[in-house]
Design a protein around this ligand. Structure first.
Ligand code: GRF
Length: 194
């Protein structure tokens, strides 16, 4: 009998971290199996990447929810319903551009992680790479952390450092951090599941 945990990944866009997780979880000794990808947008590039990798996908369209005047709790209830219907045991946020409601976070606390492109607790919130450049730090990086109700504030699972180089732009630093994210996330998920 398999002891691999059933993992879902929540995305909103490109899905390059999602792809790194799907690739890593192909190893037979990886402690998780990616069983589902849920996107907040029907246009997310990551959906076709997941499909091509043979992973089931679902869309919970945030634009449709907004148009139908259904609130954040209704959106998160739909997410929870899809996750539980698929017997998901652990959730990875990977570029999921929504803040989850406290009720949803409580249901998944200890079983949901996010990746953030800074060395938390530094540079929470939006545009952390630009924040790092503005602060003039010599080192930045990325963090995988448990999701709690407060944004980017949960316990850190693992971090990777990258140098900030003279002449870096937001784009060059973002690319250097993203390359580190793709290595870190599979290792951090393995750690969280083991
Ligand atoms: C990554 O930089 C991640 O840290 C942040 O959003 C970006 C998502 O990129 N939360 P991708 O969709 O995984 O390519």
């Amino acid at each position: 009998m398999s002891v691999r945990k059933r993992v879902a990944i929540l995305i909103s866009g490109r899905g390059s971290n999602m792809r790194a997780l799907i690739d890593a979880a192909r190893a037979p000794d990886y402690p998780g199996e990616i069983v589902l990808v849920i996107s907040s947008s029907p246009d997310a590039e990551g959906i076709s990447v997941a499909k091509a990798a043979g992973v089931a996908t679902a869309v919970v369209d945030q634009v449709r929810f907004r148009r139908e005047n259904r609130d954040r709790e209704a959106y998160d209830a739909e997410l929870h319903h899809i996750l539980t219907a698929a017997n998901v045991e652990f959730v990875c946020l990977a570029g999921f551009m929504r803040i989850l409601s406290p009720g949803f976070v409580r249901k998944w606390e200890g079983r949901i992680v996010n990746i953030h492109p800074s060395l938390l607790p530094a540079f929470k919130g939006l545009k952390p790479q630009a924040q790092a450049l503005a602060a003039g730090v010599a080192t930045s990086g990325c963090s995988v952390h448990y999701v709690v109700a407060e944004l980017d504030a949960g316990p850190v699972v693992a971090q990777a450092e990258v140098p900030v180089l003279a002449g870096d732009t937001e784009e060059s630093l973002t690319a250097r951090i993203l390359a580190a994210e793709h290595k870190l996330y599979p290792l951090a998920l393995k750690k969280a599941l083991s």
